[in-house]
Design a protein around this ligand. Sequence first.
Ligand code: G6P
Length: 607
Amino acid sequence: MCGIIGYTGRRRALPILLEGLRRLEYRGYDSAGVALVSDHKVEVIKAAGRIYVLEQQIDPHMPQTHGLGHTRWATHGAPTDINAHPHTDAENRIAIIHNGIIENNRVLRTYLEQLGATFRSETDTEILAQLIAHFYEGDLEHAVRRALHDVTGTYGIAVVCADEPGVIVAARKGSPLIVGVGKGEHLLASDAAAILAHTTQVVYLDDGEMARITPDELRMTTLDAIPVARGAEEVEWSLEQIELSGYDHFMQKEIFEQPDSLENCLRGRLDLNEGAVRLGGLVDCTRELTRAKRIVMTGCGTAWHAALVGEYLFEELVRIPTETEYASEFRYRNPIVDDGTVVIAVSQSGETADTLAALREAKQRGALTLGVVNVVGSTIARESDEGVFLHVGPEIGVASTKAFTGQVAVLAMIACYLGRRKHLSPSAALQFMDALAQIPEQMRRLLDRADEAETIAHHFHDRENWLYLGRGYNYPVALEGALKIKEIAYIHAEGLPAAEMKHGPIALITKGMPVVVIATAGVQYEKILSNISEVRSRGGSVVAIATEGDSDIKQLADHVLYVPDTVEPLQPLLTSLPLQLIAYHAAVQRGCNVDKPRNLAKSVTVE
Ligand code: G6P
């Protein structure tokens, strides 16, 4: 949600901070600000709105070499100039930026008010600034540590003080923070994208840890002042991957990247000669996994849809009872975690608050936990017992696309890996792997005809209500198609298992209402044709997603978009692409901000 960047070194901080803020923009925000330190003075400039609004208010030549920057997503207090970060203490000596929520903020506020404090903003963060100042006696690190002992809630914070040139103190509990290690400089960020232009060497902070950085030194400790020794790791992502490279939007770029991103995801993992799936991250828990009695998949949003495909895959290939749970529900409903329960957390960012909490709940109850995560070094990746990375590269567009296909592909590989150790015959496994290996090329072919989806979007983009129907493996795809068009085109849409339409939603169908039906070849093909007829007889306009070569469907549907043929369990890897394209083009034609849809954030690190 909020984005954090800090710099201390020998170069001018302002351009580095502003560039970092721009790179964090994709996470969603409503105000931004910077604090720059020099000559025993902290200067804070902040403004509601986009980064350019902030830039208009700053002298671009500010010389300081030490400072903080923040993009805020309002939780406590409206998105105004005053509520924007950084916040300072009453004397403007200490400035802080914060991602998270201080839960006991009212108690702390009352306590400070009794001591005579007054507050300028409505934020919990200003309370923390004043609390740190209250404990400050010449040692910022000590004051931050002391203040945090009185705080309950979640935070990733960075703090500077007018009297400590070059020093940034950071602490983390529940919100990601990394330190970038450069030559004669250190950076601090909530997300590697913010600092990639300067260094690929990063040190990850764990929950309950603090860092004190100066240009030449990084010192890490726990909140209780126990030293922490941890080396830097190389971030695999490149600068090019986080730039638009000629595309209009990141979402568009990421849709078209899918043949390559999926190739990267599969690389080295499908051994077609031996008929074996190779997943290094599962080697140490294979025995335990094959003995599992029950598997729970969990995640939020698009990741939850991918998990639902995973549930179908696991039940078919592994034959272990599998269920998919929204992470937000799992974490609070006293879940049954028996001996033999495995919990798989699916997440692009690896930082989603509910998914992380579900993972911790499962771990605490003794489950073996796996992470299916894209961001290496993220909290879920670090805290799950074992796991498999997506390796689809950075996803910047708020609406998830290439991460969805990566998640489905990884779950398919895990299913095949475990299936072979249970009931799946070598020939069936090989056939499945062979089909999976062909998907990137099939995606390429499909994307060559992307203009057909654009035509559909052009035709229907002014309709405010859509239905998406699918059966079996394509039911989660129907949910995902509806979510995409809601998220970025602000069109109301519902995704349904096709047969459920008769139990209520059919009442919604009026003349010309777009109904997207995934009608690819498979065991339920005849059934879905009946559903198409039902929609047509009520006047709905059917857009069918069908298998190449199916010419009969043209008689039934108003429009047909073809996808290459593959085995049923892998169809979501292809059928999801036309739905992503329809949503993308509908959003463009409706004039929506595709990469920064209203009210949404890329990474939801608060509840
Ligand atoms: C947000 C994003 C979605 C994403 C979901 C889960 O809602 O807007 O695109 O699917 O979070 O994110 P995760 O990083 O855990 O996959």
